[in-house]
Design a protein around this ligand. Structure first.
Ligand code: NAD
Length: 457
């Protein structure tokens, strides 16, 4: 790894959301650093892409082991810059490490295909090759996992990368890059540029002819901007964007299990997850029981701080507007007195057309929307331009699957409040994104398909 920060003369502060105090000062990268990072990645590409898959696999396996061995320090670092609880930070480190393990195993699955043309006149060999230097851009909400979910498949495929973490959370990405060096990733293969000028750095990358791929995780708005920029060079693009997950509970669901799943689907990371359940469609037969049981947890729950004072203001504005429009605060948790806080809140009286139901909340707020007609509920659940995750709890598997199939979402938790898993193809439909991360599909995002048409006369 090369942290291409050498020429940066400016710096910026990273703050702990729990205390708002400065935890580190980091060099602030600019366009020159961005170009230097591509120089390094382009120089490293020929050797890394030609490295035997087994050797790349072993490096990635050592990266997995290095991250697991350093989990205590990494979790503390995540908590210090992101604010999430120690338990959430540890879970994230484990999840992040698993991408290195999974893609160490995928790196050697290089098979393509051998075909006989229908008329018999040619033979066809299909192969996959690394796309080239990949530009990776990640958000602050999962600083270890989002970087790992991109770096691991890229390296497995034989790509070299330049990575821009979010300015709120650069420390975790820098620490992971250091661990990769220890694990044997050669100089120049992974290059991190931390910056407070994201557009300057990323535009430099998207305009550089040596960059062959962009993979972005973040908001749909920024994703759209990057796609427009990528269009100028017809750049291979993967987008993991926002979500507005519905959480459906049927009349015969196990309400206690649904509440346990809802706690995770809603409150992991204080609700600041793209997969976070935003809209709870609960059948009228069980809605009061669901609200009472879920609310009992909400009353006790002290959530971790949000990422910034602006995030708190945005969540508060959504809730206040909903209340002014008829929503009712039925349950509210305690709020810590330091840092950027918003209390766990459960609202009833929410209508699907309210802004709080139409936009990604990105905070610890539950909105309850009762239903009794399945078709109407599905129409409301799907009435969104976003389609990342969804959840369904039902007593009978066939009911759960029927609803799951009808939901416009890339991922559906069926009687489960979690969908993330390195062995599965993570991603969304509609404006939640393009492409998938994890699973077999994850490595394909960093490969081009090439075939050889062989004369057989
Ligand atoms: P964001 O879009 O503001 O920022 C994401 C990244 O883009 C950051 O690194 C940021 O510095 C960079 N960025 C911002 N403006 C840019 C510009 N003009 N040009 C280039 N880069 C720019 O998102 P965020 O607030 O950090 O993260 C929250 C969003 O991310 C939510 O919408 C959430 O749903 C989404 N998200 C999606 C997934 C997924 O896998 N689908 C995962 C996590 C988060």
């Amino acid at each position: 790894m090369t942290a291409t920060l050498g020429t940066a003369t400016r710096t910026f502060a990273v703050r702990d959301p729990a205390t708002t105090e400065v935890v580190a000062v980091v060099p602030d990268g600019d366009a020159a650093d961005a170009t230097a990072a591509v120089d390094a990645a382009a120089a490293a590409f020929p050797a890394w892409s030609a490295t035997a898959p087994r050797v790349r696999a072993e490096v990635l396996r050592r990266a997995y082991e290095a991250i697991v061995a350093d989990a205590d320090r990494l979790a503390a670092l995540i908590t210090s810059e992101n604010g999430k609880s120690d338990a959430d930070a540890r879970a994230e480190v484990g999840y992040a490490a698993e991408f290195f393990r999974w893609f160490s195993e995928e790196a050697v699955r290089t098979e393509g295909g051998y075909g006989v043309s229908p008329a018999g006149g040619t033979r066809t060999i299909v192969t996959h090759r690394p796309v080239g230097v990949a530009a990776l851009v990640t958000p602050w909400n999962f600083p270890a996992a989002m970087a790992s979910r991109k770096i691991a498949p890229a390296l497995a495929a034989g790509c070299t990368v330049v990575l821009k973490p979010a300015a709120e959370t650069p420390l975790t990405a820098l620490a992971i890059a250091e661990l990769l060096t220890v694990a044997g990733v050669p100089e120049g293969v992974v290059n991190v540029v931390a910056t407070t000028s994201p557009a300057e750095v990323v535009t430099t990358w998207l305009e550089d002819p040596r960059v062959r791929k962009v993979s972005f995780t973040g908001s749909t708005g920024v994703g759209r901007t990057l796609l427009k920029q990528a269009a100028d060079r017809v750049l291979n693009s993967s987008m993991e964007l926002g979500g507005n997950a519905p959480f459906v509970v049927t009349g015969d669901a196990d309400v206690e299990a649904a509440v346990a799943g809802a706690m995770v689907a809603k409150f992991r990371n204080g609700g600041q997850a793209c997969t976070a359940a935003n809209r709870f469609f609960v059948h009228a037969d069980v809605v009061e029981e669901f609200v009472a049981r879920f609310g009992a947890h909400v009353d006790e729950l002290e959530v971790a701080p949000l990422i910034s004072d602006r995030a708190v203001e945005e969540v508060a504005a959504l809730v206040d507007e909903a209340i002014a429009d008829g929503a009712v605060v039925r349950h509210r948790g305690p709020v810590g007195d330091r840092g950027w806080r918003y209390p766990a809140t459960l609202l009833t009286g929410v209508r699907p057309d309210m802004r709080i139901a139409r936009e990604e909340i990105f905070g610890p707020v539950v909105t309850i929307i009762p239903w009794d007609d399945e078709a109407t509920m599905l129409e409301q659940a799907n009435d969104s331009e976003l389609g990342l995750a969804a959840y369904v709890y039902a007593g009978r598997l066939q009911d759960a699957l029927r609803i799951a199939e009808a939901l416009d979402a890339g991922m559906v938790g069926v009687n489960r409040g979690v969908v993330s898993d390195p062995a599965t193809p993570f991603g969304g439909v509609k404006q939640s994104g393009i492409g998938r991360e994890g699973a077999r599909e994850g490595i394909r995002e960093y490969q081009e398909t090439q075939y050889f048409s062989v004369d057989w006369s």
